[in-house]
Ligand binder design. Structure first.
Ligand code: DX5
Ligand code: ZN
Length: 222
C-alpha cells in the first residue's frame, strides 16, 4: 500500500511560503486548509491565495475546504487546477451533485467528516470519491490533540472501503505525529496530514522521513 505524507501549510510561516514549500519538497503533497470563520471558528485564506500557492508549488496541492456553501465554492477551487479538493459532508446540501461538479474539472475529490459524524453518513458516497478524510480533531486549528476514537473509525472505514471501493484513499488529519502515526497506519489510513509535527520543531525534511518510516511500518503490519 502506498503511504503519502502531506504537510499542512497551516503550521508554516506564511510570510515565507516559497521557502516553506521548498523545505517540504520530499513530501507527497501539500495540505491547504481553507477556513472561512463560519463553518469553523477560524479564518485562513481564499481563492487568490490558493491560486498563488498553486503557481509556486512543485508538489500537488490537496485543498481541504472548511467553508460554508460548498455547493457554490468547491468547483471554484477545483478550477484552479489543484490536485484534490475535499468537501465536508456537513457543509454540502447536494453532496452527489457537488462531487460530480468537482470531478468534471478533472480534479480528485475528497469527502471529509468531523469527529462526531459517523462513517454510515458518507457510506452512500464512498464509491464516487477518490479519498475520504477522517478528521481526528475538531476542524479549525492546528496543534490539537489526536482523538483516540479515530482509530476504530478508520478500521471500520477501511473494511468498508475494502469491500466497496478499494482504490479510495483514507486520509487522516489532526494531531498526527511520531507518537501515533504507526497505529493510525495500522488501522488502515494511507494519507497523513501533519502540521505541527512537520513544522514546529527540527527540520521539516527529517520530520517527514520519520513520519513516513513509521507509517510504512504500521501499514506493513496491518
Ligand atoms: C485542522 C486542519 C489541519 C491542521 C493539522 O482543522 O484541518 O489540517 O493543520 O494540524 P496538526 O497536524 O498540527 O494537528
Ligand atoms: Zn486540514
Amino acid at each position: 500500500m502506498s503511504i503519502r505524507i502531506q504537510p499542512s501549510i497551516l503550521s508554516a510561516d506564511f510570510a515565507n511560503l516559497k521557502s516553506e514549500f521548498e523545505s517540504i519538497s520530499s513530501a507527497d503533497g501539500i495540505h491547504v486548509d481553507v477556513m472561512d470563520g463560519h463553518f469553523v471558528p477560524n479564518l485562513t485564506f481564499g481563492l487568490p491565495v490558493v491560486q498563488r500557492m498553486q503557481e509556486i508549488s512543485t508538489l500537488p496541492l490537496d485543498v481541504h475546504l472548511m467553508i460554508e456553501d460548498l455547493d457554490r465554492w468547491a468547483v471554484e477551487y477545483a478550477k484552479l487546477g489543484v490536485f484534490s479538493v475535499t468537501l465536508h459532508l456537513e457543509s454540502c446540501e447536494e453532496v452527489a451533485k457537488t462531487i460530480s461538479a468537482v470531478k468534471a474539472t478533472g480534479v480528485r475529490v475528497g469527502l471529509a467528516i468531523k469527529p462526531g459524524t459517523p462513517i454510515s453518513e458518507i457510506e452512500p458516497f464512498i464509491s464516487i470519491v477518490d479519498q475520504v478524510l477522517v478528521m481526528s480533531v475538531e476542524p479549525g486549528f492546528g496543534g490539537q490533540t489526536f482523538i483516540p476514537e479515530t482509530i476504530q473509525k478508520i478500521r471500520d472505514l477501511k473494511s468498508l472501503i475494502r469491500r466497496i471501493s478499494p482504490d479510495t484513499w483514507i486520509q487522516v488529519d489532526g494531531g498526527i505525529g511520531v507518537q501515533n502515526i504507526e497505529d493510525v497506519a495500522r488501522a488502515g489510513a494511507d494519507t497523513f496530514v501533519a502540521g505541527s509535527a512537520v513544522f514546529n520543531s527540527g527540520k521539516p525534511a527529517e520530520n517527514i522521513e520519520a513520519l513516513r518510516n513509521l507509517a510504512i511500518r504500521g501499514s506493513s503490519t496491518s
